[in-house]
Every structure is written in structure tokens, then in C-alpha cells.
Design a protein around this ligand. Structure first.
Ligand code: CAA
Length: 383
């Protein structure tokens, strides 16, 4: 069978962040609750000039060449914070980046699972059409509201993945397990900008779905935990993945190895926060860029979770051609260039609007130097 998987991967987030110790102090919480209890050090603050379209366009812009843009025949956009109830975010990105007009472009939704649904659809498409390439985008802005329990688990950003035959990063195996049920742990009705969440219940459902998919995967593919060199998780906050790993790590003869790899897999998520559909893939980037022990051919398990709820466990092997250095350099350059906001500046930005869109507190669009920004709306059209 032809090898198919992630050939290129790119990440983009806001140029602004806050420090979680400062947020804890302002909210009269022990900093240890956010830093250790949730495992978050910093949080991306998304300005009004960035939405899922611009975030994804900025991420994809970093990885695509002209030849890629001509070859891509499918653009799949996974998001749960889309910008239109009708038109897909994929069409906007396709046009902004000059991707072939002969591509099929659409958006998919199942909470934080949408990126994985897109990736697996892309893999199946390439298995049938090995000469083509698919662009998969996973972008979201996680908002729970100021001074809510969810506030410490906000964030945002985008991951862009080019899926192709003979991939140079991760070969995705044709092995996966699913689990789904109609559950109200986290949702966002169309009339709301911030999510509704039953936080502690959502943690329990996440663990339950992880165990369900992990057991099914082991049973169906006759494997055990020590076949895996590392596991990457959907990380709504990084402690969540640690809880999931701890729930099975005693099955391993080398628990320290998996726990050490987990530390590599959460470095960037701890500095960005939740990006819903993109969180698992930011964690994968973090693992790939930061693990000094992962080798070519090593097996990585991936757990994807989307509230509501859908879980999937699947696996991939590190490609022979994979080189972690450029990924690490790019990630560190981007994260270190960000500007730290005070908590007051963050609160103001959180509530600001764009000049062309009206609103009381207006944001200065010239302060965001990202390649793609949203300037506002005119006659209900994005600028
Ligand atoms: N030092 C160290 N740890 C401390 C501490 C201190 N001083 N004080 C508290 N802690 C620990 C607590 O013991 C707890 O750890 P455990 O969960 O391991 O017991 C942790 O810090 C958090 O404390 P609380 O549970 O009291 O925190 P909370 O009630 O204020 O809210 C939350 C936590 C429920 C995760 C909330 O932030 C939330 O609702 N977030 C949004 C929902 C979410 O992310 N759910 C995840 C699963 S759903 C999903 O994955 C989809 C998605 O992306 C949303």
C-alpha cells in the first residue's frame, strides 16, 4: 500500500500573549493552579484582526510553494469557530493563497475533532489519488469569557498540513478506532460567541472516550502500549493529556519513556493554550520538534477528542526523511517574537471590535503585522 500522511506542517498564532501567573494573580487564584493544575504557562490572545480564515491562511502560507498550490486538489477546513453559517472558510483561504481553482474546498465540523476528520479524509483521498495533494486546515479561537472557569484554558491558532503520498513527516497507518455518543459537555449554539461548557464533566468524558478508543484499537490491531514510542493527545490544557496518559501508563514496562515524550509534546501548547481543532496537531508539532529520542520509523499514537462527542485513536510512523530542526527553529522564532500584554490590555483586546465593523472599543488594525489580517467588514463582506 502506498505510504500516505503529513508531508508538511505549519503553525500560526496571534502576535500577542498573556502570562498565566499574572492572570492567576488578577483573578485571585494560586498561580500553581494554572501552571501545574492546568499545565499552562502562557495564553495566546487573539486580536480582532485575526479570525480562523486569517489564522489558517497565515499558517498555510508558511509551508506552501507555488508547485504545491497548483497540485492541491482538495482544501478541507476543520473548525468550530467558523465565520459564516453558509460559506466555508476553505474557499477564502484558497483564494487568499492562490490555490488552484480546480480544487474541491469545504469546511467540516465536529468540535475539536474536525481537524482529524479532515486529515483522515485527506489520507483516504490520497490513497485513491496518490498524485494529488490535500491541504488540511485546523483553526480555532477558544473563548469562554472573562472571569469564567474556562478563561484559563482559552487560546487560539491554526495548523496547516499538506497531505501527500511518500510523506516527509508522518506516515499515517490504516488503523484507527472511533467512539461517539450524544453528550452535552461543551457546545456553542449559533447565537453565542462564547462556548457553554460543563467543565468537570467534559474532563471525565474525555478520559472515558480515550479509554474506549484505546481499548478498541488494541483489540482490533493486536498491539500493546509498548509498541508506541510516544502518544500525542488533544490538549484543551496540557494537564488533560497527562491525565489521559496516566490512566493507561501503568500498562507499560517503560512508563518513564512515555511520560518524557509527553513533556516534549506539550511544550508549545503550554505557551499557546487551546486551539480546539488544531490542539492535537500543535502537540504533534511540539513532540516532533522537541523530542530528542524519537527515531525514524517510530510509532506515535494520536488521540483526538471533539466534545459532543467524538473520539478517535490512530497511529503514525515518523518518516525516514523527517528533520526536526527547521520545525523547531520556526516555532521558537514565532513564539519568541510575540508581545506580552498586561491583563488590562488583554481584557480590552478581548472586547474590542474593528473600525470598519463598528463597536465601542476599536482596535488599531495597523498594530497587527501578520501577513494576513482582517480589517473589518463592508456591506457584510470581509476585508
Ligand atoms: N497547585 C497545583 N494544582 C492546583 C492548585 C495549586 N495551587 N490549585 C488547584 N490545582 C489543580 C486542581 O487539583 C485540579 O487538578 P486535577 O484536575 O488534576 O484535580 C486543577 O488544578 C484544576 O482545578 P479545578 O478543577 O478546581 O479548576 P476549575 O474548576 O476552575 O476549572 C476546568 C478547570 C474545568 C478545566 C475549566 O478550566 C474548564 O471548564 N475549561 C474548559 C473545558 C475543558 O477544557 N475541558 C476539557 C475536556 S473537553 C475537551 O477537550 C474539548 C475542548 O477542547 C474544550
Amino acid at each position: 500500500m502506498v505510504k500516505v500522511g503529513i508531508d508538511k506542517i505549519g503553525f500560526f498564532t496571534s502576535p500577542y500573549f498573556i502570562d498565566m501567573t499574572e492572570l492567576a494573580n488578577r483573578r485571585h487564584e494560586e498561580p500553581g493552579k494554572f501552571l501545574i493544575g492546568l499545565g499552562q504557562k502562557q495564553q495566546a490572545v487573539i486580536p480582532p484582526t485575526q479570525d480562523v480564515v486569517t489564522l489558517a491562511a497565515n499558517a498555510a502560507n508558511k509551508i506552501l510553494t507555488k508547485a504545491d498550490k497548483d497540485k492541491i486538489d482538495t482544501v478541507i477546513f476543520g473548525t468550530e469557530t467558523g465565520i459564516d453559517n453558509s460559506k466555508s472558510a476553505a474557499i477564502y483561504v484558497q483564494a487568499l493563497l492562490g490555490i488552484s481553482k480546480h480544487a474541491r474546498s469545504f469546511e467540516i465540523k465536529q468540535a475539536c475533532y474536525g481537524g482529524t476528520a479532515g486529515l483522515q479524509m485527506a489520507v483516504e483521498h490520497i490513497r485513491l489519488h496518490p498524485d494529488s495533494q490535500v491541504l488540511v486546515l485546523a483553526a480555532d479561537i477558544a473563548r469562554y469569557g472573562l472571569q469564567t472557569p474556562g478563561e484559563a484554558t482559552q487560546g487560539g491558532g491554526a495548523v496547516a498540513m499538506l497531505v501527500a503520498a511518500e510523506p516527509r513527516i508522518l506516515e499515517i497507518e490504516d488503523k484507527r478506532s472511533f467512539y461517539s455518543d450524544n453528550i452535552m459537555d461543551f457546545w456553542r449554539p449559533l447565537y453565542r460567541r462564547d462556548a457553554v461548557v460543563d467543565g468537570h464533566y467534559s474532563n471525565n468524558v474525555y478520559i472515558d472516550f480515550f479509554k474506549q478508543t484505546w481499548q478498541t484499537y488494541q483489540r482490533d490491531y493486536h498491539c500493546n502500549i509498548d509498541d508506541f514510542q510516544a502518544m500525542a493527545f488533544h490538549l484543551p490544557y496540557t494537564k488533560m493529556g497527562l491525565k489521559a496518559l496516566r490512566s493507561i501508563v501503568n500498562q507499560s514496562h517503560h512508563p518513564e519513556r512515555l511520560l518524557a515524550q509527553f513533556e516534549s509534546s506539550r511544550v508549545y501548547n503550554a505557551c499557546v493554550g487551546n486551539l480546539y481543532t488544531g490542539s492535537l496537531y500543535l502537540s504533534l508539532i511540539s513532540l516532533l520538534a522537541n523530542s530528542e529520542t524519537l527515531q525514524h520509523g517510530d510509532l506515535v499514537g494520536l488521540f483526538s477528542y471533539g466534545s459532543g462527542a467524538q473520539g478517535e485513536f490512530y497511529s503514525g510512523r515518523i518518516s525516514e526523511q523527517f528533520d526536526r530542526r527547521p520545525l523547531k527553529t520556526d516555532m521558537e522564532a514565532m513564539l519568541s517574537k510575540r508581545q506580552k500584554l498586561t491583563i488590562s490590555q488583554y481584557e480590552e483586546m478581548y472586547q474590542a471590535g474593528l473600525p470598519l465593523s463598528g463597536g465601542d472599543k476599536q482596535f488599531d488594525t495597523a498594530s497587527d503585522h501578520s501577513p494576513f489580517i482582517l480589517e473589518g467588514r463592508h456591506e457584510d463582506q470581509r476585508i
